[in-house]
Design a protein around this ligand. Sequence first.
Ligand code: PCA
Length: 204
Amino acid sequence: MKKLLLTGFEPFLNYTVNPTMKIVEELDGSAIGEYELIGKIMTVDFKTSGQQLVKLLTEIQPDVHISLGLAAGRYKITPERIAINIKDGDADNEGNKPVDESIQETGEAGYLSTLPIRKIVNKLIENGLPAEISNSAGTYICNNVMYEGLHYVKTTNSEMLSGFIHIPASHELAIQHGKIPSWSHADLKQSIVICIEVLEEYGK
Ligand code: PCA
């Protein structure tokens, strides 16, 4: 079987739960089509999250890597098009708050996702699930992790597909947090399963 590394994040800022965590924990160890899923939860830490991902990629050598992140306030499932070489933003869970820093001093300005993002969006919509490509993963931890994954692929000449998908809040989070749009956990999880099923059709 082929290996697919699926990562989620721990809670961060004032989001008491991270819906990506539950999805990843539930899908860990399952099989979708030809893929064996390996689920891992990552920390929200500018100093270590990127290295954590690179360590997982190096050890597991998956055929496909997909990281999931919460984008509270978004209404749709949003595969990210590009990661940029910048870290900047709110304080992470360790209190780090970089301003205008590079992720990799000598890295490219940006790396494009190598996931079939258009096909993913089309398939989600065909299944009645709202989705669109996002043209910015921001400059917080999610962008950082996406960038490090693609930098690893580029610098090791790997054929691994790698990318990032932001998801909206779950109902559970919205109830606790207040005024943010939300989806059911079942729909969020089903969306991620569909994203993975697309890969098979894509021939990866
Ligand atoms: N979302 C944040 C970091 C962790 C997460 O789930 C982000 O979009 O950067």
